[in-house]
Design a protein. Structure first.
Length: 166
């Protein structure tokens, strides 16, 4: 009798662990998308002097000041290497979570966050761009504890492009 109870208890635990979450991931994604888009739109409305343009329909905005476009002809691919200097902040708080200072790292464009993949091609070597990136094109719902970045952070990057290598 005890064995039957133990087997039934184990089956109950196993069956209980197989229950799907009642929260649909797409519902969560769309809800966060709306929140992020509103944060960026409100920021741009409060800072009307910024000449921000949106990359297609993504929600990623970029700002290139006159004379800061850079020079040359560049074809960007996922394997393009970019050497950059940057400052990364949380848009809502201004908290600086990453800054290169005098160190200019080189990254493969296909290995960086999607917001960079969409924004960096808006300039040429020597150019500067400011990117306003919704969380879905950055780190999404995943906190980045090593750089003190909360989940679903809308990011603000100032990037200077030093070199491009294909």
């Amino acid at each position: 009798m005890n064995r039957i109870l133990i087997v039934l208890l184990l089956l109950g635990v196993i069956a209980g662990g197989c229950v799907k979450s009642s929260v649909d991931p797409m519902v969560q994604y769309n809800k966060q998308k709306e929140i992020d888009d509103n944060i960026i739109k409100d920021y741009l409305a409060a800072n009307t002097s910024l000449k921000a343009k949106r990359v297609d329909t993504t929600g990623v905005y970029y700002i290139v000041n006159d004379g800061e476009e850079g020079t040359g002809n560049v074809l960007y691919t996922n394997s393009t290497q970019v050497t950059v200097g940057f400052t990364g902040k949380i848009l809502t708080s201004g908290f600086v979570f990453a800054q290169t200072d005098q160190f200019h790292p080189t990254y493969v464009l296909g290995n960086v966050i999607k917001g960079w993949q969409l924004g960096i091609p808006q300039i040429k070597p020597g150019g500067k761009v400011r990117l306003l990136i919704p969380s879905r094109y950055a780190y999404g719902p995943y906190a980045q504890d090593s750089i003190h970045l909360p989940a679903n952070s809308v990011l603000d990057f100032q990037i200077q492009l030093y070199n491009v290598t294909n």
